[in-house]
Design a protein around this ligand. Structure first.
Ligand SMILES: C[C@H](OP(=O)(O)OC[C@@H](O)[C@@H](O)[C@@H](O)Cn1c2nc(=O)[nH]c(=O)c-2cc2ccc(O)cc21)C(=O)N[C@@H](CCC(=O)N[C@@H](CCC(=O)O)C(=O)O)C(=O)O
Length: 144
């Protein structure tokens, strides 16, 4: 069942623009950043209940995706992490494909396997983790 609600654009202009361009062109435009593909994850605000559209690097394995709360290695988690913890029903757009997924936060050995996949897809993640004390949150997104 697709998510419904009022879209509330991100306050980060470049990310907002990339999400909107990607969505409008089915990924034909704004499909990459730093030469790596992205996806757009629509998530529901933990407090506002509004729809947020968050571009993330595309980390995919056998039909599942990974949402990596890196925020460039900033000391604090991105806010969308709290949205996924509260409202795990998200929508993933990968090019022209849009489907419903459930987000599940990872830990332990399973988290390690997915972390390797993330770094393979986007090596910058390894640098980001060295820049912050926090353990970068990872969520596997499994299709409904
Ligand atoms: C700036 C902030 O956004 P954020 O959720 O912290 O996310 C910050 C970034 O992670 C986000 O911009 C990402 O899209 C950046 N980003 C990546 N960010 C990542 O963390 N990982 C990635 O792999 C990644 C890739 C990527 C690729 C392309 C691109 O354009 C951006 C990319 C934001 O929009 N804040 C809103 C509120 C957002 C929100 O969800 N509020 C909640 C409240 C949540 C709460 O406080 O509990 C609500 O509505 O209820 C605001 O200030 O009004």
């Amino acid at each position: 069942m697709p998510l419904t609600g009022e879209y509330q654009p991100s306050t980060v202009d470049w990310a907002r623009k990339q999400a909107e361009e990607y969505e409008a062109s089915d990924g034909a435009r704004a499909g990459e950043i730093l030469d790596r593909p992205i996806i757009v994850v629509t998530n529901v605000g933990a407090k506002s209940g509004k729809l947020r559209k968050t571009p993330l690097m595309r980390v995919e394995h056998e039909g599942e995706y990974l949402a990596v709360g890196s925020l460039g290695g900033a000391p604090k988690n991105p806010v969308w992490v709290y949205n996924l913890r509260k409202n795990p029903h998200v929508e993933v757009q990968d090019k022209a494909e849009r489907h419903d997924y459930t987000a599940r936060e990872l830990s332990g050995a399973e988290r390690e396997v997915w972390w390797q996949r993330a770094v393979e897809a986007f090596p910058n993640y390894a640098d980001y983790q060295t820049k912050t004390e926090r353990l970068i949150p990872l969520f596997v997104l499994t299709r409904h």
